[in-house]
Design a binder for this molecule. Structure first.
Ligand code: MF3
Ligand code: CO
Ligand code: CO
Length: 260
């Protein structure tokens, strides 16, 4: 299956969609505090997304019942917002926003600590952030998807954390989920070769210890088998002629390049 390489006009539209998703995520993340329910986060995401002239890509996707994924503590991904899940001091929560603007999608997530969190949760959160940065730093034309996975795995191991295998990043463009699958477990030098104009997400999910997962009866919520906390960060990335550009930054002109 060929990987789509976008032209300049398409990349500009992707940049706008990415910025849109990033701004919604930033605005929602800044309002997280003890007492907020995950259902309230869903309402904020719907309002902010529409205010920007976009639509929430996740709402109704394969039947997903909400506009945003809210994954608290042992929830690894695809947490469904709920009126009864109230954030409290010591929780960590991943908020995953995907917005569709003018026919193109931007997908980004952060994990946020609510108040004082236990050391283990803090460690997995920091590790996930460092793994996303390492994955992005491996992106350049001629590199391979396996180079991203290898970079993520190395940093996870340095933090004593496990990397989730069953879920990963994905091509993104006119659809939220496109070919190729971007695994965070793999070998350097293997997999699809990166070319300018490709756009995909990097979104490592990290666990403390062994990354064994269970999907709850709702068919969506993915949790760690042992109940230990998990964290994730996600950006939408463009392969540029010299490196990588992060499309899901909230600030205009905030550009990441691997060629310093
Ligand atoms: N935003 C998620 C991702 O990073 C998509 C979740 S699919 C949903 O790929 F249906 F659960 F929303
Ligand atoms: Co996402
Ligand atoms: Co994604």
């Amino acid at each position: 299956m060929p990987v789509i390489c976008h032209n300049a006009a398409e990349l500009e539209a992707m940049a706008q969609a990415g910025r849109c998703a990033a701004r919604t995520l930033a605005s929602v993340a800044s309002r997280l505090a003890p007492g907020v329910t995950t259902a309230q986060i869903d309402r904020w995401v719907r309002e902010d997304t529409r205010r920007r002239g976009a639509s929430p890509s996740q709402l109704g996707y394969n039947g997903f019942p909400a506009a945003v994924c809210t994954s608290v503590n042992e929830v690894v991904c695809h947490g469904i917002p709920s009126e009864t899940r109230v954030l409290g001091d010591g929780d960590i929560i991943n908020v995953d926003v995907t917005s569709c603007l003018n026919g193109f999608h931007g997908d980004t997530s952060v994990t946020v600590a609510i108040g004082q969190v236990p050391a283990a949760a803090r460690r997995v959160l920091e590790a996930a952030k460092a793994c996303l940065d390492a994955g992005i730093a491996a992106v350049r034309p001629g590199a391979r998807l396996g180079d991203i996975a290898a970079a993520v795995m190395k940093v996870a191991a340095e933090h004593g954390c496990g990397v989730v295998e069953q879920y990963g990043g994905h091509g993104i463009g006119r659809k939220m989920h496109m070919y190729p699958h971007v695994s965070h477990v793999g070998r350097a030098g293997c997999g699809v070769r990166l070319r300018p104009g490709m756009t995909f997400t990097i979104e490592p999910m990290l666990t403390i210890g062994r990354p064994e997962l269970v999907v709850l009866d709702d068919g969506w919520t993915v949790v760690t088998r042992d109940g230990s906390p998990s964290a994730q960060f996600e950006h939408t990335i463009e392969v540029t002629p010299t490196g990588a550009k992060v499309l899901t930054l909230a600030n205009v002109g905030d550009v990441f390049s691997n060629i310093l």
